[in-house]
Design a protein around this ligand. Structure first.
Ligand SMILES: C[S@@+](CC[C@H](N)C(=O)[O-])C[C@H]1O[C@@H](n2cnc3c(N)ncnc32)[C@H](O)[C@@H]1O
Length: 420
């Protein structure tokens, strides 16, 4: 009788095939996980994410044992196995599971002997070599502009932060110190609560009552920088999945949340229902939205290069060709936001990008196009002076706060329209 295949490992290799072979982002591959039980799903995700984060290192550990490049699926089985072995997986179990997985496929069955032999060798020499290998380099389309903007040393530190992954941050609906105590997390200087990434969020105390939501510490800052929004009409222009909508609603604003994607907006609705917060939701193009608002939060669609710690698939699927389009959309959304803003109103522009073209340059250019706009200095608890930029915004990068476990890359600036 053939041994049963571990469904989590099979799904993890399916995910690698999708990302590395078909260049599909993991968000488009959720169908692979749907048939799995929750625990298997979590394992498949964890295995695929660590293999993607360590792809370069796995390839370097495998190389001496491969005479030629194997077919793509065999290569991905080997990468998955090598990563597991080098990160402390039990040799016998990992090798066995990978051989069984190879044996089930028509195109991979012939390579089961190879998988067995190579992974046995990796089990012997890989774990000692692993910590000495440098973290995966970003692809050229991204590395070159980042080196130009931040220098080679900073980019090396970003790559180390990407390889390390990310902890889990929560935003409290109420008192963050009380939340930190309830979930056994640590309170960060900016008010987010940090816990271990391995924790099952839905099992945390307060989840069902909507006492918090998951949001990176950097992503939680834009809504805080809008300062006191109680009673104000606030537009969240690109709102889904809704972390910032929830913050604005929790701060007492009358929020209108717009997003182009009906499906993503459904997640805002679920999040509002769980937390008992209210906002008016509108599915549609923010460029066509009309109205007058006291404050606007524009968290614009972008390359998302600040989130590679959490989305290690991104450098493999994104080839940089859409960035010009995104930059034009960000500028159009910024211009429209200025039109919708009441005199004296505040506009928060943010992107989770590491590229100045999607951050600092957007604000510099918006100030040149709109003489009635000025930059307000960002103010919120816990801001570090070194995060401030020349044009008056905040630049956050994944290698910041290394002793605390880093943060997502982000850019944000507060603009104010004249008058009022
Ligand atoms: C960076 S995400 C927003 C994240 C969100 N602010 C949060 O904190 O959860 C960008 C969003 O912009 C939306 N989007 C893209 N183009 C848009 C447009 N023209 N009008 C409205 N929303 C748009 C996307 O569907 C996506 O949900």
């Amino acid at each position: 009788m053939p041994k049963p295949v571990d469904p989590a490992r099979r799904a993890a290799v399916d995910l690698l095939d999708g990302v590395l072979g078909r260049k599909q982002p993991l968000t488009e591959l959720s169908g692979v996980l749907d048939p799995l039980a929750p625990a298997e799903r979590a394992t498949a995700q964890r295995l695929a994410l660590s293999a993607l984060r360590s792809l370069d290192r796995a390839d370097r550990v495998l190389k001496p044992h491969l005479r030629k490049k194997p077919v793509a699926r065999v290569h991905n089985i080997l990468r998955l196995g090598a990563t597991e072995l080098c990160e402390g997986g039990a040799a016998h179990g990992v090798v066995d599971a990978c051989v069984t997985l190879a044996a089930e496929g028509k195109r991979t069955a012939g390579a089961k002997g190879l998988v067995n032999a190579v992974l046995r060798k990796v089990a012997e020499d890989g774990p000692a070599l692993w910590p000495r290998l440098r973290p995966a380099r970003l692809p050229k389309w991204l590395r070159a502009p980042l080196v130009e903007a931040w220098g080679p040393e900073a980019v090396g530190a970003m790559e180390a932060a990407h390889a390390a992954g990310a902890p889990l941050d929560l935003t409290a609906k109420g008192d963050p110190a009380a939340l930190a105590e309830a979930v056994g997390g640590s309170l960060l200087p900016t008010g987010s609560v940090r816990i271990d990434a391995g924790v099952q969020v839905t099992a945390l105390p307060g989840y069902d009552d909507g006492a918090f939501w998951v949001q990176d510490a950097a992503a939680a800052l834009p809504a805080r920088l809008l300062r006191d929004v109680e009673g104000l009409r606030v537009l969240d222009m690109c709102a889904a999945p809704g972390g910032k909508t929830l913050q604005l609603a929790a701060a007492g604003a009358q929020v209108t949340a717009v997003d182009l994607s009906q499906a993503r907006l459904a997640r805002v609705e679920q999040n509002l229902a769980r937390t008992g917060l209210r906002a008016t939701l509108i599915a549609g193009d923010a460029l066509k939205h009309a109205g007058r608002y006291d404050a606007i939060l524009l968290d614009a669609p972008c390359s998302a290069t600040g989130t590679i710690r959490r989305h290690p698939d991104l450098p493999h699927v994104h080839l940089g060709e859409r960035i010009g389009e995104l930059i034009a959309l960000q500028a159009a959304l910024l211009d429209h936001a200025v039109d919708l803003l009441a005199p004296g109103g505040r506009l928060l522009f943010a992107t989770c990008s590491l590229l100045p073209d999607e951050g600092e340059c957007q604000v510099e250019e918006a100030l040149a196009r709109h003489p009635d706009l000025r930059v307000l200095p960002p103010e919120a608890p816990g801001l570090d002076e070194t995060w401030r930029t020349a044009e008056g915004g905040l630049r956050l990068r994944p290698e910041f706060w290394p002793e605390r476990g880093g943060m997502d890359g982000f850019y944000m600036a507060v603009l104010q329209k004249a008058g009022g």
